[in-house]
Design a protein around this ligand. Structure first.
Ligand code: GDP
Ligand code: MN
Length: 356
């Protein structure tokens, strides 16, 4: 019969990374962290994603990792993830107020609506924990105590995949080029999860016109040219399971007021508002277009979609391993082409892929 895996050794020392020689002795790093909200049960999915982020990027830099959880992390989780981290690993438990229904929510009404959304077949429609996750990722991740020391973060989820060497430090890229928010994929939100979100956004914008940037990317959100927020929401958003961004944006006055306003409306619980449309709408309204960056060079997968760079160089050089034709960029369900128009960006397409 197979023997149990031996218990965690207290004296375990890390095996030195033979490739650490690649890390230039004078490598400078930004004030940044890799951040993962994750459950103990996702340990191996977390390690799978971590190993790739380390191999493709972080082992040359040693940026710290931050793991966040609504319950305490197990010793097993901590040991097996810190073994992969090339930098310091922080483990923090989320305070209860950041993972529960606020007192102004009518709990029985919320539960009724969840049940109904579940019966209607809406994805995660019946799940309360999913709603806590979305609310947390909308308004609380950047407020965690452990996050206060950091300026930039890179969001990583269990099971995501990275296909390309990340040659230039993205955190440095943000700092040097004044980028605030970056994405790899853009797509449509399920309307049934946000039926009243756009109305709330309109009201907020009316109350606070000063937060709307004069050179905003508002045109990414609506297909009615020049109509501003009076046009309907086209449901386009950046897929927030990947984000490399500046925490100062979230900690800023506009975003904080926006989140507080939306939280009061109760849509995280009465509906199923996601952090992706909320981050995206905020970025598209409060930032100049130029502060949002399509991170084309990062090959990335979060099931069921992949972003694979479209230029020849990324592939001919051996930097990437994804199939260029697998990219979501020109998918009929995607919003990237709208984005390219908003910023007037030239972008290649692998032969046979472009739609327009
Ligand atoms: P999806 O990508 O929308 O299908 O949602 P995921 O299941 O991937 O959840 C998004 C992120 O939140 C992932 O990093 C999950 O590990 C994390 N997450 C989701 N629900 C919970 C939860 O109840 N507790 C904790 N600690 N993390 C969660
Ligand atoms: Mn996910």
């Amino acid at each position: 019969t197979p023997k149990d895996v031996p218990p965690i050794s207290k004296s375990l020392t890390k095996i030195p990374d033979p490739f650490v020689a690649h890390k230039a002795p004078d490598v400078t790093i930004e004030n940044a962290a890799l951040v993962m909200l994750v459950r103990n049960e996702e340990l191996h999915a977390a390690r799978y994603a971590m190993r790739q982020v380390e191999d493709r990027f972080n082992r040359r830099y040693g940026y710290p990792w931050v793991f966040l959880n609504d319950v305490p992390f197990t010793e097993e989780f901590k040991t097996m993830t810190s073994g992969i981290a090339s930098g310091k690993a922080h483990y923090a438990q989320i305070p209860k107020e950041h993972w529960s229904m606020p007192q102004w929510i009518d709990k029985s009404e919320a539960r009724k609506r969840m049940k109904k959304m579940g019966e209607e077949g809406i994805i995660y429609g019946e799940s309360e924990s999913y709603r806590h996750m979305c609310r947390f990722n909308s308004g609380f991740f950047y407020r965690q105590e452990v996050m206060q020391q950091f300026r930039y973060y890179w969001r990583v989820e269990p099971f995501v995949e990275y296909y390309c060497d990340v040659v230039e430090d993205p955190f440095r890229f943000l700092a040097v080029h004044n980028k605030t928010y970056t994405f790899t994929m853009a797509l449509y939100e399920y309307e049934a999860t946000i039926p009243t979100l756009w109305e709330a956004v309109r009201e907020f914008a009316k109350k606070h016109p000063e937060y709307i940037h004069p050179d905003s990317a508002i045109q990414f959100l609506t297909d009615t040219p020049g109509a501003g927020l009076s046009g309907p929401y086209n449901l386009c958003h950046f897929w927030s399971n990947f984000e490399i961004a500046d925490l100062e944006f979230f900690r800023g006055e506009a975003y904080e007021a926006f989140f507080a306003f939306l939280d009061r409306r109760g849509g995280f619980f009465y509906e199923r508002w996601g952090d992706a449309p909320i981050h995206s709408i905020a970025a598209a309204l409060f930032l100049p277009r130029s502060a949002i960056h399509f991170y084309d060079s990062i090959g990335y997968r979060h099931a069921p979609y992949t972003h694979c760079p479209q230029d020849r160089e990324s592939h001919d050089s051996g930097r990437c391993s994804c199939e260029p034709g697998s990219t979501f960029d020109y998918d009929g369900y995607g919003c990237l082409e709208r984005w390219l128009r908003v910023v007037e960006m030239e972008y290649p397409a692998w032969p046979g892929l472009a739609r327009s």
